[in-house]
Design a protein around this ligand. Structure first.
Ligand SMILES: Nc1nc2c(ncn2[C@@H]2O[C@H](COP(=O)(O)OP(=O)(O)OP(=O)(O)O)[C@@H](O)[C@H]2O)c(=O)[nH]1
Length: 203
C-alpha cells in the first residue's frame, strides 16, 4: 500500500491542528490542547487504490532548531505551510519555511517539490483584522512555485478537505513517477535476468 506523508508546518497558533482535525473529523474544534507533536493516520482511496496517509502536526516549539525542521522536511513527501492572515509574523515564518523546503528539498536533488508545497493562509473569517494581503501571499507562492490557498478552518470544511485530497493526489503521482524511474524497464529487466541467470522454468 502506498504511504503518503504530509507535514503541516507553520508558527504557533496559526491553526495547524484545527485544519488537520477539520479534515479528519469534519468538525472545527476551537481549543485544541496539544503539548507534543503527533502523527495522525488515515486510510484513503485515490483512483480506487488504498493509501495510508500520515499527517504530521508539530508542536510549535519544534521550530526552534533548524535540524528539527530539516528532519521534518526529509520525512515528508508533501508540505502544507500555514500562516494566519491576521498575523504578519506568521506569514514571515511561513515564508522562511517555504524557502527552507526548497533549499533542502531541491538542494539535495531528491525530488521535485513544485506541486508538493501548499502555502495556506488560514483564519480568513478574521479578514477585518487582516495583516497579510492576498496578493502578497500570491506573489510569494509564484516566486517559490508553490500553490496558494486562503481559507478558514473555522468556516470551510469542503475547502480544507479539498486541499488535503489535492496534496495526497499530487504526492501519489510523485511517488508513482519515482517508482517508475526506479523500476527497470521491460527490456532492462530482461537484460538483468539474462546477466544474473534468472530463467523461467520450462514445463
Ligand atoms: N477565527 C479563527 N480561529 C481559528 C481558525 N483556525 C484556528 N483558529 C484558532 O486559533 C487557535 C490556534 O489553533 P491551533 O489549531 O491550536 O493552532 P496550531 O497551529 O496547531 O498551534 P500550535 O499547536 O500551538 O502550534 C485556536 O484558538 C483556534 O480556535 C480559523 O480559521 N479562524
Amino acid at each position: 500500500m502506498n504511504e503518503i506523508k504530509v507535514a503541516v508546518l507553520g508558527s504557533e497558533g496559526v491553526g495547524k491542528s484545527a485544519l488537520i482535525v477539520r479534515f479528519l473529523t469534519r468538525r472545527f474544534i476551537g481549543e485544541y490542547a496539544s503539548s507534543s507533536e503527533c502523527i495522525y493516520r488515515k486510510r484513503l482511496s485515490v483512483d480506487g487504490k488504498p493509501i495510508n496517509l500520515q499527517l504530521y502536526d508539530p508542536c510549535s516549539q519544534a521550530y526552534e532548531g533548524r535540524s528539527t525542521v530539516n528532519e521534518q522536511i526529509q520525512w515528508a513527501h508533501g508540505f502544507i505551510v500555514v500562516y494566519d492572515i491576521s498575523d504578519r509574523s506568521s506569514f514571515l515564518t511561513a515564508k522562511a519555511i517555504v524557502h527552507l523546503i526548497r533549499e533542502l528539498g531541491l538542494g539535495t536533488g531528491k525530488r521535485n517539490v513544485d506541486s508538493l508545497i501548499f502555502l495556506v493562509g488560514n483564519k480568513q473569517d478574521l479578514c477585518h483584522m487582516r495583516e497579510v494581503r492576498r496578493e502578497e501571499a500570491q506573489c510569494l507562492a509564484a516566486e517559490c512555485r508553490c500553490q496558494f490557498y486562503e481559507l478558514s478552518a473555522a468556516e470551510h470544511h469542503q475547502e480544507v478537505a479539498l486541499i488535503f485530497f489535492k496534496m495526497v493526489q499530487n504526492a501519489n503521482v510523485g511517488s508513482k513517477a519515482k517508482e517508475r524511474r526506479r523500476r527497470p524497464s521491460g527490456s532492462m529487466a530482461k537484460l538483468i535476468n539474462n546477466v544474473f541467470g534468472k530463467r523461467r522454468k520450462s514445463v
